[in-house]
Design a protein around this ligand. Structure first.
Ligand code: CTP
Length: 406
């Protein structure tokens, strides 16, 4: 197995409902993403959906039979068995007609019958023409379904089918639905109801209007932690310098440029945060003066005087709420554990995630990491080389233990 390939949905069973909208072609990709992540995907199509995409497409992508009829011979109780077996139900796309039938509790086809027979969490992903979405009937149905406990992922704005212009109604991309399915499967997540702030990436300190000082941080580790915390049910603020990766689906993103900006954003987030994870690599130095215009080459190379930037963790100590868990990172090249423990003490952290920058497969830009977790009580846990997504989960497992003890 490649270290980058993980199967977060292994041994989970997802019922994917597909109704008759043009966006159903995107659901084939969603079925593939879920299957690739290890889920057993039971596809249930309405009759109208089969007019858009053939069941055989879903069968080939999931490797499982596709279900279409409520009254197929020999399958009379299928709605009950499918609904009972599902860990989560995702209906994508959910047409206006389907939402209306679901909202009124009808069970006139296999998919609506499954919904009524299910007790697992359900995500509805509406997709339709923008005027149909805006219609008070549809809005009332969506609101009512929300009050029944169904989660609704609102449609995106964008180009609609058949030259219909653009407006809200477009189904979100399969990757976005996939991320929401991950959070759905964790319901109720261990971090539900908690506010988590995560920093990621480098910061930039301007030298002149076109140049800056920065570092090689990609933001992958912080983005993975933010994604994992959101999947576990938390309300997540991702405070991000310029990232080399797309920000994850779910967390609110605050984009910052300098270390001082990041410090301000962290201070604001700490007012409500139950957990802060400082995975960013803020620039430690800033030019003592920013040249107002581009520094010309001239006859000699310039000498740049530097000042320290603010140490974010240390300078925001007074902003922490009592009981909040604070996690820092340490990137070291020598005397690794001693330096890391000194940072844990000096910055008053509960946990520090130690990276040895000289190790292969660890540190910036790569998809894997090998870290050691040091805690305040003197404990130390060395983790093997693993994908950053798994490192994120290991850190949050430890954090949940700390939060539970408060
Ligand atoms: N950090 C911070 N503010 C800074 C620099 C770092 O809050 N200006 C945080 C990092 O996000 C990390 C921890 O402090 O969680 C340790 O960062 P690291 O770069 O390893 O150490 P420094 O404190 O910068 O010390 P040194 O560069 O001397 O190793």
């Amino acid at each position: 197995m490649s270290l980058a390939s993980t199967r977060p949905f292994a041994s989970r069973r997802v019922l994917l409902g597909v109704t008759g909208g043009i966006a159903s072609y995107k659901s084939a990709w969603l079925a593939r993403l879920l299957t690739k992540a290890g889920a057993a995907v039971d596809v249930v199509m309405t009759r109208a959906a089969t007019e858009f995409v053939g069941p055989v497409t879903f069968e080939a992508l999931t490797g499982r039979p596709v279900h279409t009829g409520l009254f197929d011979a020999g399958r009379a109780l299928e709605h009950v068995t499918l609904a009972r077996a599902a860990d989560a139900i995702v209906v994508a796309p959910a047409t206006a007609d389907f939402l209306a039938r679901a909202a009124s509790g009808q069970a006139d086809d296999l998919l609506t019958a499954c919904l009524l027979a299910a007790t697992c969490p359900v995500l509805l992903v509406p997709a339709m023409n923008d005027r149909m979405w805006a219609h008070p009937q549809t809005q009332r149905n969506v609101h009512h379904l929300g009050t029944l406990g169904y989660r609704v992922l609102p449609p995106d704005e964008g180009m609609l089918a058949a030259g219909e212009g653009s407006g809200p109604g477009r189904m979100p991309e399969p990757e976005t639905i996939f991320a929401h399915a991950g959070r759905l499967l964790e319901t109720p997540g261990p971090l539900a109801g908690l506010r988590v702030a995560v920093t990621a990436g480098p910061t930039r300190e301007a030298l002149d209007p076109v140049r800056f000082l920065s570092n090689h941080s990609s933001g992958k580790m912080g983005a993975a932690i933010a994604a994992a915390a959101w999947r576990r049910g938390a309300d997540v603020d991702l405070i991000a310098g310029p990232l080399a990766v797309a920000p994850p689906v779910g967390p609110r993103v605050t984009a910052v440029e300098t270390t001082a900006d990041m410090a301000d954003a962290v201070r604001r987030a700490l007012a409500t945060a139950d957990l802060l994870v400082m995975a960013a690599a803020p620039a430690d130095f800033t030019p003592a003066a920013v040249a107002p215009s581009k520094i010309k080459k001239g006859s000699r190379p310039p000498t740049v005087a530097l000042d320290f930037t603010v140490d974010i963790l240390a300078s925001t100590r007074d902003a922490r709420r009592p009981g909040a868990v604070i996690v820092g990172f340490a990137l070291e090249t020598d005397d690794v554990m001693a330096h890391a423990r000194a940072k844990l003490e000096a910055k008053e952290l509960d946990l520090i995630v130690v990276n040895d920058a000289t190790e292969e497969g660890a540190g910036f830009a790569v998809d894997t990491n090998r870290v050691t977790l040091l805690d305040r009580a003197g404990g130390s846990e060395a983790l093997p080389l693993m994908p950053k997504s798994e490192v994120a989960d290991a850190i949050l497992d430890r954090v949940e233990g700390l939060l539970g003890g408060r």
